[in-house]
Design a protein around this ligand. Structure first.
Ligand SMILES: CC(C)(COP(=O)(O)OP(=O)(O)OC[C@H]1O[C@@H](n2cnc3c(N)ncnc32)[C@H](O)[C@@H]1OP(=O)(O)O)[C@@H](O)C(=O)NCCC(=O)NCCS
Length: 143
């Protein structure tokens, strides 16, 4: 997973992940394997009771354009729905990809402050050049 993510990070297409970040959040990830090889991954990270982030969506170049990226995003959205999480966001350089799944662009400053905890660790902070997108899910009202 790290090789896959950091391959695209080196090309400036997504943020790099350290091994410790990956292990600390290992339960967040969905992966697609071909044999022993991880060819795609995506993570759903819960930020709060009503907020989660889709992160690190990566599909190996020779397996792209086969619907795998879409399946991974749908898997994350499905899990968020099952968990009853109403707001899903992502920060990305590929907004058009996420717009297909009902995400809309928002000003990063509109995201709750909770999401900035991870940003402080990002080498690009505070000059974030990713685009923020949000999608609302229909979940039963909590409380
Ligand atoms: C972006 C990425 C995840 C797409 O994965 P994929 O498996 O090729 O995507 P899919 O085959 O599931 O494509 C689903 C749809 O998204 C479209 N799509 C794919 N990449 C796109 C992009 N960069 N921008 C807009 N639309 C895109 C496809 O054309 C397809 O549309 P269709 O259903 O109308 O045919 C993949 O190209 C990738 O890993 N890129 C490098 C890492 C990256 O940029 N990750 C995303 C940001 S975190």
């Amino acid at each position: 997973m790290q090789q896959l993510i950091n391959y695209f990070a080196d090309k400036g297409e997504m943020l790099a992940r350290s091994l410790s970040e990956i292990y600390e959040n290992i339960r967040d990830y969905f992966v697609v394997r071909q044999g022993e090889q991880v060819v795609a991954c995506a993570a759903l990270h819960v930020s709060w009771s009503d907020l989660a982030e889709i992160k690190s969506v990566a599909v190996a170049e020779d397996t792209q354009e086969q619907g795998i990226g879409a399946q991974l995003v749908e898997a994350c959205l499905h899990e968020a729905e099952e968990l009853g999480i109403a707001t899903i966001f992502c920060l990305t350089y590929k907004p058009a990809f996420f717009e297909q799944f009902g995400f809309s662009q928002v000003d990063k400053m509109e995201l709750p402050r909770k999401v900035w905890t991870e940003c402080y660790r990002c080498p690009k902070f505070p000059d974030c050049d990713e685009v923020a997108l949000v999608r609302q899910l229909k979940v039963p009202a909590s409380g």
